[in-house]
Design a protein around this ligand. Structure first.
Ligand code: PLP
Length: 416
């Protein structure tokens, strides 16, 4: 057999193994704009159907907001479609600078720098100023994959602490007091559990042990905290974080783009040295113009984040009263715990038949025995959506006999 054929056969086998393990990811088609109600098609069979969407990162309901769409049109018409350049050659319009200023203002930091995605922001945020093995990066064990990759690219020592375990973090900080730079890295809201990092404690430890703090607030910017600035506002540490990375792809309109915001020197060093900034195209004017409108909206009123908060409380209460086992928390990420992988898939499928679109997560996305359906709230949900969805959860929960059951009882019944 020719070499190329042999290699392809090996890869085909790997793909077959992924399928056999039940881990093959299939994309569904969304036939409508992103919203509380969408039309979905499963390419492998299920026909198009209108469903209530409980799995988007459309926290503020801005993905298809008329004012945002209008601003995008204006950006496209007045500034053209593509920049055809990286920022420092001929890819910077003043609307890019305006957006960087607005992001920094909103996050209450000195400056900000845009990237094509937060994945790129995180990929390039360590290398510019964490230079040698005289430096150490100490990251929460559950930080986002893009932070993991970014950390790998730096030449610093790479350490981690147990998820949200402040005693463990303190031990690590003590252990590395001889280093030049200590950088603590955490997500603000963790995507699978929806739990919030104890940033007040983290900042106090950073002060006590001379460390910097980097926060990835992708699942929080625009809605966590009283005026939606993020988990640093929520935990009372505005102005105390050295670097915040976040995305335009979730609460802030959901298109694409990311940023690093932080103290002036750090952001300037990123502009000089961050490879995803220097070697990748500028974000298109259509997105920048729309994002400028989004920042205006979230800076001028807390209406949407307030509604999201009300929806979240309403939803948590409704599911709890229905007898489902949800993870307690403060964010609009509300995991319904099922523990068993197959059960999570069965329940998601049955909910879909009831017109509720949710996704079941299981190993390796979450730990073994911690399968769940992750629901996500949006300011675009109305009470009627949530009532209908809660009724569907109750009906399907009844079918599987899990209502009112605690973790051990569900595991006893279905296995983990
Ligand atoms: C979604 C997410 C990212 C990636 O953001 P993109 O802009 O989509 O690349 C990075 N970090 C965290 C914590 C995220 O949730």
């Amino acid at each position: 057999m020719a070499y190329a054929d042999k290699i392809r056969e090996a890869y085909r086998k790997e793909l077959a193994d992924i399928r056999t393990a039940g881990l093959f990811k299939e994309e569904r088609f969304i036939h409508s704009p992103q919203a509380a109600e969408i039309t979905v098609e499963f390419p492998s069979g299920a026909p198009q159907q209108a469903v209530i969407n409980l799995c988007a990162n459309n926290y503020l309901g801005l993905s298809s907001h008329p004012e945002v769409i209008r601003a995008a049109h204006e950006g496209l018409d007045s500034r053209g479609y593509g920049m055809s350049s990286v920022r420092f050659i001929c890819g910077t319009q003043e609307i890019h600078k305006e957006l960087e200023r607005k992001l920094a203002n909103f996050l209450r930091l000195d400056d900000a720098i845009l990237y094509a995605a937060c994945f790129d922001a995180n990929g390039g945020v360590f290398e510019p100023f964490i230079l040698t093995d005289q430096d150490v990066i100490i990251a929460d064990r559950l930080v986002h994959a893009s932070l993991v990759d970014g950390i790998r690219l730096s030449k610093a020592l790479q350490e981690s602490y147990k998820h949200n375990d402040m005693k463990h973090l303190e031990r690590k900080l003590e252990e590395f007091q001889d280093k030049r730079i200590r950088l603590i890295v955490t997500d603000g809201v963790f995507s699978m559990d929806g739990d919030v990092a104890p940033l007040d404690v983290i900042c106090a430890l950073a002060e006590k042990y001379d460390a910097m703090v980097l926060l990835d607030d992708s699942h929080a910017t625009g809605f966590m905290g009283r005026t939606g600035r993020g988990t640093h506002e929520m935990r009372g540490v505005l102005g105390k974080i050295d670097l915040i990375t976040t995305t335009l792809g979730k609460g802030l309109g959901g298109a694409s783009g990311g940023c690093v915001s932080g103290r002036a020197e750090l952001v300037e060093l990123c502009r000089q040295r961050a490879r995803p900034y220097l070697f990748s195209n500028a974000i298109p004017p259509v997105v920048v113009a729309a994002a400028n409108k989004v920042l205006e909206l979230v800076s001028s009123t807390t209406e949407r984040r307030d509604k999201l908060e009300r929806n979240t409380l309403y939803w948590r209460k409704a599911l709890t009263e229905a007898g489902l086992d949800i993870k307690a928390g403060e964010s609009p990420i509300v995991p319904v715990m099922l523990y068993n992988a197959k059960l999570s898939q069965d329940v998601a499928r049955d909910l879909y038949k009831e017109g509720i679109y949710v996704v079941g997560f299981f190993f390796p996305v979450v730990p073994k025995g911690a399968a769940r359906i992750r629901t996500q709230l949006s300011a675009s949900h109305e009470t009627a959506h949530l009532d209908k969805a809660a009724a569907a959860f109750k009906k399907v929960g009844e079918k599987y006999g899990i209502l009112g059951l605690k973790k051990d009882q569900i595991i006893a019944k279905f296995g983990a």
